[in-house]
Structures are given as structure tokens and as C-alpha cells.
Design a binder for this molecule. Structure first.
Ligand SMILES: [Zn+2]
Ligand SMILES: [Zn+2]
Length: 342
């Protein structure tokens, strides 16, 4: 049953909307639509009513608040999976082989930089570049085995973050608590209603792509399949390093983008959120730690805007463009990037 709609909760809603960011009705302001006076029978008896779309967007945003994290709303699939991966990551230190460690490092780069940062984030979520096949399919498959959710779910949720960043409805603002933004936010069960509204309002373009639905329907098989292949190739050490350890390090690398880079670091740009540039997150997350740059200019394919803001994911994008697999790359760097502020 869908949760009830509570207009009271719209009161402190603020939006950081840049319609140019995604060319979508992302996080559009939830203003009441006033009924024209000529259509009213009696002005005094007709209240301004929000449109159905505004109500449904509000209903969606209400799903993302920390007060929804209750025992009855917990996604046990996510909770048990995360716990199992962390236990496996610790156990990996008792089963060390150099081959397993090497595979973990390579898979970390592949899933985190190529799968999540390049494909899910910069290409699917922000359309900073277009990927041709087979790079698009391979990149989406690699992003899927990062185990951070389906490409549709990841991208739509991320667009909500940009639409509402550090305001009401942001799925993971550290202003609600650093641990909430780091991992607790994802423990809330995703209802069918939430998923439907999320895709309808935040990813209608991606929801028209059959490839996205292929990965949506086969998501679990990719994770299980990765584990099976790793075990067959190198036994328990390969499974623990290539799946559990690799995944846990990649999880925290990307989660720090949600938590740490909205808390610590410097700002090149004034934005309506708390985003920061943080060097060690940029290192861990292949350039995504230049998060203030990204929030100020989300459409750009480059996250590093100064010469020393290294962005390994941008290097991969440049390579894909060179071989003709990436097109329409938005490679601009803003001229007006001001001196860093504290
Ligand atoms: Zn952010
Ligand atoms: Zn983004």
C-alpha cells in the first residue's frame, strides 16, 4: 500500500534545480498550481491544489527521509548482502594469494571506475557522453557486477540526489548524519510504488531503453555468476578477494562520495549544496571526489577542473573517444573556476 501523502512535509522543501543538468523534469519545484479565477465557481471555496505530478514527486521524495529507517522497512536482502560481503572481506586476509589480490585490484578499477563512474554516473545518469555498443553493454554489465544496484535504480536515485542535494528528499545527505549518508540510507526497502515513481519521474529516458530492463531483470544473476566464475577460476581465495574484498573497498570508495565529499574539502564553486572537493576520495573513487566541481557542472564529462585534480575516469573516457566508442563527450572546463575556498 502506498504511503500517505502529507502536504506538511513539503514546507521545508527547497530545490536546487538546473533543468539544463539533465534535460528532464528533475526535481521540478513543487509549487501549487493555482486554478485560474475564471474557472472558479466561488473563489473563497476553492483551494489551490497541487498537480498530480507534483503530489507524486512529493510522495517519492518522502520515501527518502531517515525516519523511514524502521525495522519493518528494512531491506533484509541489502542488509544481509552487505554484512556477508564485509565478513568475506575480513576473511580474505586468511586466504591470500597474489593472483587473487591482483584480480581484486583489476576488478576494483573495472567496476568502480569503468562500471560505476564512467557508465552509470557520467554516461547514464548525466549523459556527459554517449557510449556506443559494445562499450555501452560491457560498461553497463561491469557496473552491474559492482553490486550497487541496477543501472536504472542507481541512475534515477542519483538524479534525485542532484535535484534535491542537501535539501529535503536528498536520498543521502550527510546533513542528516554522516553514517546515514554513508550506508544506512540504502537499507530502506524499495517498494514497487517507490520504484515506479522513481523511474517515471527521474529516469523516463533510461526506462525506454530495453538494455536497461535486461539488466534490471537479470541483476542478481550477474552477481551470483561473478561469484561462481571466480570460485571456479581460483577457489575460495579468488572468491573472497575478487568478490567480497573488491566489492567492499569499491562500496566504501563510492559511499565516501555521498558522505565525505559533502562534509570535508575545498570548494571551487558556490553551489546550493554542501559539496566539496576531497583529494583522497578522488584517489579512491577514480576522480569522483572532485565533487564540488561535479555539482557545479554536472553535465561535464571531466570531474577534475584544475591541472592537479587528477581524474582517472576522464582518462578512460578519452581513450574510449579515441577508439570511437564514446561520442558527444562534453569535455569543456569552465573558465570561471574561482580560487579554492575553505
Ligand atoms: Zn553529491
Ligand atoms: Zn552526479
Amino acid at each position: 500500500m502506498p504511503p500517505t501523502f502529507d502536504m506538511e512535509e513539503t514546507l521545508d522543501l527547497e530545490t536546487a534545480v538546473d533543468s539544463d543538468v539533465l534535460d528532464l523534469p528533475i526535481g521540478a519545484e513543487l509549487v501549487d498550481e493555482v486554478i485560474p479565477s475564471e474557472t472558479r465557481d466561488d473563489d473563497s471555496s476553492v483551494e489551490a491544489k497541487p498537480s498530480k505530478a507534483a503530489q507524486e514527486r512529493q510522495e517519492l521524495l518522502n520515501f527518502f527521509t531517515p525516519d523511514k529507517l524502521k525495522l519493518k522497512n528494512i531491506s533484509w536482502t541489502v542488509a544481509i548482502w552487505m554484512l556477508a560481503m564485509h565478513v568475506g572481506a575480513v576473511a580474505a586476509f586468511f586466504f591470500v594469494t597474489w593472483q587473487a589480490v591482483a584480480v581484486a585490484l583489476v576488478l576494483h578499477w573495472l567496476t568502480c571506475s569503468i562500471g560505476i563512474c564512467l557508465t552509470f554516473h557520467r554516461s547514464l545518469s548525466h549523459r556527459s557522453l554517449k557510449l556506443k555498443n559494445p562499450a555501452k553493454f560491457i560498461g553497463t554489465a561491469i557496473g552491474t557486477i559492482a553490486g550497487e544496484g541496477t543501472p536504472l535504480m542507481w541512475s534515477a536515485t542519483h538524479r534525485v540526489h542532484h535535484g534535491q542535494s542537501d535539501h529535503y528528499g536528498d536520498p543521502h545527505s550527510p546533513l542528516e548524519g554522516p553514517w546515514w549518508s554513508h550506508l544506512w540510507w540504502m537499507m530502506i526497502h524499495t517498494t514497487e510504488r517507490k520504484k515506479q515513481l522513481l523511474y517515471q519521474y527521474y529516469a523516463p529516458d533510461l526506462a525506454r531503453d530495453p538494455m536497461m530492463w535486461f539488466f534490471e531483470r537479470t541483476f542478481g544473476l550477474w552477481l551470483i555468476g561473478t561469484g561462481v566464475v571466480l570460485y571456479l577460476v581460483g577457489g575460495l581465495p579468488m572468491l573472497l578477494w575478487g568478490l567480497c574484498f573488491r566489492m567492499v573497498i569499491a562500496y566504501h570508495s563510492t559511499w565516501f562520495v555521498n558522505s565525505a565529499t559533502h562534509l570535508w574539502g575545498y570548494r571551487n564553486y558556490e553551489t546550493t549544496d554542501q559539496s566539496r572537493n576531497l583529494w583522497w576520495v578522488a584517489l579512491l573513487a577514480y576522480g569522483e571526489g572532485w565533487h564540488n566541481n561535479h555539482h557545479a557542472h554536472p553535465r561535464l564529462a571531466r570531474a577534475g577542473h584544475r591541472w592537479w585534480e587528477l581524474d582517472p575516469t576522464w582518462w578512460a573516457i578519452s581513450f574510449l573517444r579515441l577508439i570511437g566508442q564514446a561520442t558527444d563527450v562534453d569535455d569543456r572546463i569552465p573558465a570561471e573556476n574561482a580560487a579554492p575556498t575553505g
